[in-house]
Design a protein around this ligand. Structure first.
Ligand SMILES: *[C@@H]1O[C@H](CO)[C@@H](O)[C@H](O)[C@H]1NC(C)=O
Ligand SMILES: *[C@@H]1O[C@H](CO)[C@@H](O)[C@H](O)[C@H]1NC(C)=O
Ligand SMILES: *[C@@H]1O[C@H](CO)[C@@H](O)[C@H](O)[C@H]1NC(C)=O
Ligand SMILES: *[C@@H]1O[C@H](CO)[C@@H](O)[C@H](O)[C@H]1NC(C)=O
Ligand SMILES: *[C@@H]1O[C@H](CO)[C@@H](O)[C@H](O)[C@H]1NC(C)=O
Ligand SMILES: *[C@@H]1O[C@H](CO)[C@@H](O)[C@H](O)[C@H]1NC(C)=O
Ligand SMILES: *[C@@H]1O[C@H](CO)[C@@H](O)[C@H](O)[C@H]1NC(C)=O
Ligand SMILES: *[C@@H]1O[C@H](CO)[C@@H](O)[C@H](O)[C@H]1NC(C)=O
Length: 268
């Protein structure tokens, strides 16, 4: 297993995935709540490939079972594309007119030294009327990337549904191979001047296809409410560094089922 872990951390970018590879062991759970857990992922000891362990537990005694890696909920595992859909926390900053206080709550996601990377199919989305948010990122080589996203509203009337281009909404791309992301807000922009119609700002890395700007995200709490504080994020994962052709000749081949399909995938 030490050899496999070494492979995960190496820099050559290929993935071998077994599609439809059913786990034969009878004592392996293949479902957590409503979520399917296919190999190489697994919950119970001996049921997963190293680095693909997930936890399945109830968040509250009478709540539903939740599939998790660390404190992140796993919503869906997508074998065919070598991805998983997870639930990313939305960072926020609100201005309180009565107390003149600014409350900020920010999140970071850390997948350094794992076989997970934040997919470029996500984008960094910022919502607000007097907001400058930063996304500080690291790739697997610890190279730093920083993007800033600013949004302003000249007036409430300048906001338009479906348009995310700096008025009430800003978006910026995610480079390939990002394993760490930290969101922060610039202190010089705090919504105090627009607080009579927009007192909160939001920032999150989320699945690009899942986002459509609505003016109500700015004038109310609809963005937070729509996602209950957590937005879907696509995470790329990879098993090894070899091509399927090469891997199938080796002894550590992960695609061992006769009905398996092997997908080559570059995560950075
Ligand atoms: C899990 O429980 C914690 C603590 O009660 C709570 O803060 C969190 O929002 C819950 N997570 C989910 C996904 O329900
Ligand atoms: C699963 O939960 C245990 C106990 O809380 C924790 O030590 C471990 O790191 C978790 N593993 C994952 C993959 O989240
Ligand atoms: C507002 O901020 C001040 C100074 O930080 C603090 O003393 C006060 O408790 C805060 N008020 C509220 C309602 O959070
Ligand atoms: C945008 O759409 C929402 C409904 O999704 C609607 O309530 C709102 O009034 C629309 N905004 C504008 C400026 O038309
Ligand atoms: C909010 O930002 C404005 C403009 O930068 C600044 O003058 C003001 O002091 C800030 N308010 C608070 C509570 O920090
Ligand atoms: C907010 O205040 C500005 C200037 O003080 C004013 O022009 C605007 O109409 C106000 N908007 C609302 C929704 O009250
Ligand atoms: C967006 O994500 C939400 C929550 O995960 C989901 O219910 C919804 O179907 C998604 N919408 C699209 C267009 O992907
Ligand atoms: C995969 O990584 C291992 C360990 O770093 C290395 O020995 C091997 O040559 C690599 N395979 C390919 C195809 O690059």
């Amino acid at each position: 297993m030490a050899w496999l872990l070494f492979v995960f951390l190496s820099l050559v970018p290929y993935l071998s995935v077994a599609e439809g590879l059913a786990v034969a062991k009878p004592d392996c759970r293949t479902k957590c709540g409503d979520v399917d857990v296919p190999y190489p992922f697994g919950i119970d000891p001996g049921c997963f490939l190293e680095g693909f362990h997930l936890n399945c537990s109830k968040n509250a005694t009478d709540g539903p079972y939740m599939l998790r890696i660390g404190n992140i909920e796993v919503l869906e595992i997508l074998l065919a594309t070598g991805q998983a859909r997870m639930d990313n926390h939305i960072s926020w900053q609100c201005y309180d007119v009565k107390t003149n206080n600014i409350t900020t709550f920010i999140w970071q996601k850390n997948f350094m030294s794992t076989q997970y990377a934040i997919s470029p199919q996500n984008k960094f989305v910022t919502i607000g009327c007097d907001t400058l948010a930063y996304n500080t990122m690291f790739d697997h080589k610890y190279d730093e990337y920083r993007t800033a996203c600013g949004s302003n509203c000249y007036s409430q009337a300048s906001l338009a549904n479906g348009s995310c281009s700096g008025i009430g909404c800003c978006e910026s791309p995610i480079p390939p191979g990002i394993q760490y992301s930290s969101v922060s807000f610039d202190k010089n922009f705090n919504s105090s001047s627009v607080a009579n119609f927009s007192r909160c700002s939001y920032a999150v890395v989320m699945e690009a296809d899942n986002f459509t700007f609505s003016t109500t995200f700015v004038t109310g709490y609809n963005f937070w409410d729509k996602y209950n504080g957590r937005a879907p994020i696509l995470i790329d994962w990879s098993i090894g560094n070899e091509t399927c052709e090469a891997a199938s000749k080796g002894s550590n081949y992960a695609c061992v089922s006769s009905n398996s399909v092997c997908v080559n995938k570059q995560i950075w």
